[in-house]
Design a protein around this ligand. Structure first.
Ligand SMILES: Cc1cc2nc3c(=O)[nH]c(=O)nc-3n(C[C@H](O)[C@H](O)[C@H](O)COP(=O)(O)OP(=O)(O)OC[C@H]3O[C@@H](n4cnc5c(N)ncnc54)[C@H](O)[C@@H]3O)c2cc1C
Ligand code: FES
Length: 276
């Protein structure tokens, strides 16, 4: 059995700005073992990406294996390792460990309407959910996408809005906290947009990811809008070291976010919320 602490070697094949301080890194895995490990990763899973000689940190997988043989990560520059990753250029070697964690139960969601609400860099792990739903369009009902950021230049994957908005039985709404001279869309918090769009809880699943404060208020409003805790899913971010349930760095009570999560229903979160 291969050592799960050893990364697969990859090469950066694309580096581009997605938003202010956020870069898309595309990675080609160089050996067969790595490609086999990532052959069928799922929406919601994550991987550790390493800048050799600096360190490794976890990122949600922002791609799907059906759309790309290479892995995509949306990386916000916040500290040591993310800065080192931002400084790399196409052709640079990186390490990849994973795929890790559980995933959104897309099979269980079949036949349901999907409401996807993402804020800032938190939209990255939701992109594979959207891509998966669009690639299996007949399996899902109405798709409502709410994308938000503090400012227009912080919205990620804007170049894909047209594809999403024009997909069958799909609506896309975008808002920013503060607009700029180029912005003609909605201005206001994501919860204001959520109140305006008023997604129906009937036969629906809501999936949200973003800063903790955003998730808190989005989930509160979803419940006011009639969504039961079992109908709401999110992904949690805790500081992580091993990603394997061994080091105890990411635990909330008895749960290890790296192996029991990062995807949880709100009903599950309510069971261990006292531990936060
Ligand atoms: C499952 C999971 C998925 C993630 N997905 C993404 C993603 O798709 N894109 C992305 O840009 N980031 C993502 N993150 C967060 C990312 O791992 C951190 O930003 C990264 O670890 C920071 O490393 P650093 O060395 O650059 O920062 P450091 O120099 O270690 O710290 C800089 C700042 O970032 C904070 N920080 C460090 N680690 C984390 C963490 N795990 N979560 C939140 N804040 C942290 C520190 O408290 C500090 O304020 C994810 C984290 C997890 C656990
Ligand atoms: S990161 Fe080590 S137990 Fe989760």
């Amino acid at each position: 059995m291969s050592n799960p602490f050893l990364p697969f070697v990859g090469t950066l094949t694309e580096v581009r700005d997605l938003a202010l301080g956020i870069r898309l890194l595309r990675v080609r895995l160089e050996d067969e073992a790595g490609r086999a490990a990532f052959a069928d990763y799922r929406p919601g899973q994550f991987a550790f990406l390493s800048a050799f000689g600096v360190g490794e940190v976890p990122f949600g997988l922002a791609s799907t294996p059906a759309r790309s043989a290479e892995l995509e990560f949306a990386v916000a520059r916040v500290g040591t390792v993310t800065s080192a990753l931002h400084n790399l250029e196409v052709g640079a070697p990186v390490g990849v460990r994973g795929p890790m964690g559980n995933s959104f139960p897309m099979e269980e969601f079949r036949g349901r309407n999907l409401v996807i609400i993402g804020g800032g860099i938190g939209f990255a792990p939701l992109r594979p959910v959207i891509q998966y739903a669009l690639d299996h369009r007949a399996d899902y009902g109405h798709l409502t996408i709410l994308a938000a950021a503090r400012a227009p230049n912080l919205l990620v994957f804007r170049e894909e809005y047209e594809e999403w908005a024009s997909a069958p039985d799909t609506e896309l709404h975008v808002t920013v906290d503060v607009g700029d001279e180029t912005w003609t869309g909605n201005v206001g918090l994501v919860t204001e947009l959520q109140a305006k769009v008023a997604p129906s809880p009937d036969n629906a699943i809501a999936i949200t990811c973003g800063p903790p404060i955003m998730i808190k208020f989005v989930v509160q409003l979803l419940q006011k809008q009639g969504f039961a805790p079992e109908q709401i899913y999110t992904t949690l971010e805790m500081k992580m070291k091993c990603g394997l349930g061994k080091c105890g760095r990411c635990n909330i009570g008895e749960r290890y976010v790296c192996v029991d999560g990062p995807v949880f229903s709100h009903a599950q979160i309510l069971q261990f919320i006292d531990s936060f």
